[in-house]
Design a protein around this ligand. Structure first.
Ligand code: BMA
Length: 332
């Protein structure tokens, strides 16, 4: 096989730790996990399911910080090394010309995606139930809120880092107003970041007999990474056990120009809740990835994931190995 091509800007100093001796897993956890404690802010109950991107020689992030009223809020943060974070105490306020859209209800599970000249933030936005809020920023100081992408109810809006077929592109997961016991990933395009259409079905939960960790619902995680084998998508999957929902994550490869066509999809998970901080917290047994940093040269990836809806963890791996794993263990 020709050497796999990986798109993206060089990130030689990204957060990293070598695979521990004796570890045979595709991903391994940062030894100092969790990277972000629940009480990093005086009034934060939990900090998890958050988005991190390279910014001005360091890193910026949009964090889900639920406060001690248990209200879901977003906060901006900065870091020199992607590990030690300064998170603004004041919650992120979006600027919006339209009062109807700009009225804040709640915000959670943000993703951040750089496309062309700016950073787009997508998040689960309260507007008569959850839907996908959209905003952009150049500097992580001023955020301009645009129209919600979809009708309620929807979650896990994850943009692609370049236009596809001449349009902006996003994955999302139509849902209900509660703890949705179903969920498929869909794809949509927009010419202008206002009107979204050309909706296509991407994938459904897997049959229980094939891959039980993803048999109840699935949702896109970090921004997909473009490679010569297709878009590498890390996504979460949910199993309904006798004890409640269990969130793990795995990987898929989507066709580059028709991303609703799934080429490969991992049967085994990449990571499941196993450590104390993933199994104990406000919502036990949850690993929920929302962001990844990668370096095309060294082939490294660092995945930020929410742990038990309480703290933020970091896991490392090599993109080539994740792709090999996805193809070798594919259930399609
Ligand atoms: C989903 C969202 C996520 C959360 C998960 C597990 O519906 O609320 O933010 O991590 O449930 O509680």
């Amino acid at each position: 096989m020709d050497k796999l091509k990986i798109a993206g800007s060089a990130l030689p100093d990204m957060p990293w730790e070598d695979r521990p001796e004796g570890c045979n897993n595709v991903l391994w956890r940062y030894s100092e996990n969790p990277v972000i404690p629940r009480d990093i802010l005086p009034a934060s109950n939990s900090v998890f399911n958050s988005a991190v991107v390279p910014f001005k020689g360091g890193y910026a992030g949009v964090f889900r910080c639920d406060d001690t009223n248990r209200r879901m809020r977003l906060h901006v943060g900065f870091s020199a090394d992607g590990i030690h974070w300064n998170i603004n105490e004041k919650k992120l306020e979006f600027e919006c010309d339209d009062k109807e859209i700009g009225e804040f209800v709640y915000a959670y599970d943000p993703r951040v995606c750089f496309v062309e000249d700016r950073y787009y933030v997508t998040w689960c936005n309260g507007y008569h139930g959850p839907t996908i809020g959209v905003a952009y920023t150049y500097d992580f100081e001023t955020f301009h809120q645009l129209e919600n992408a979809y009708l309620p109810f929807n979650r896990n809006g994850v943009m692609f880092p370049r236009k596809i077929n001449g349009n902006f592109a996003m994955l999302s997961r139509p849902s209900d107003n509660g703890h949705t016991p179903f969920g498929d990933i869909f794809y949509s395009e927009s010419p202008d970041m206002c009107f979204w259409g050309r909706h296509r079905h991407v994938m459904s939960p897997a049959p229980f007999e094939d891959s039980a960790w993803q048999c109840m619902k699935i949702g896109a995680g970090p921004i997909p990474i473009e490679t010569s084998e297709g878009w590498l998508l890390i996504y979460h999957g949910v199993l309904h056990s006798c004890n409640g929902y269990v969130y793990s994550f795995g990987s898929a490869l989507l066709d580059l120009e028709q991303p609703w066509k799934v080429k490969f999809r991992s049967g085994p998970y990449l990571l499941s809740p196993q450590k104390d901080y993933e199994c104990m917290g406000d919502v036990p047994n949850v690993v929920f990835p929302c962001a990844a940093l990668h370096d095309p040269e060294t082939r490294r990836i660092a995945i930020y994931y929410g742990c038990a809806d309480t703290v933020t963890g970091l896991a490392f791996g090599y993109i080539d190995e994740i792709i090999e794993f996805t193809k070798k263990n594919s259930i399609i």
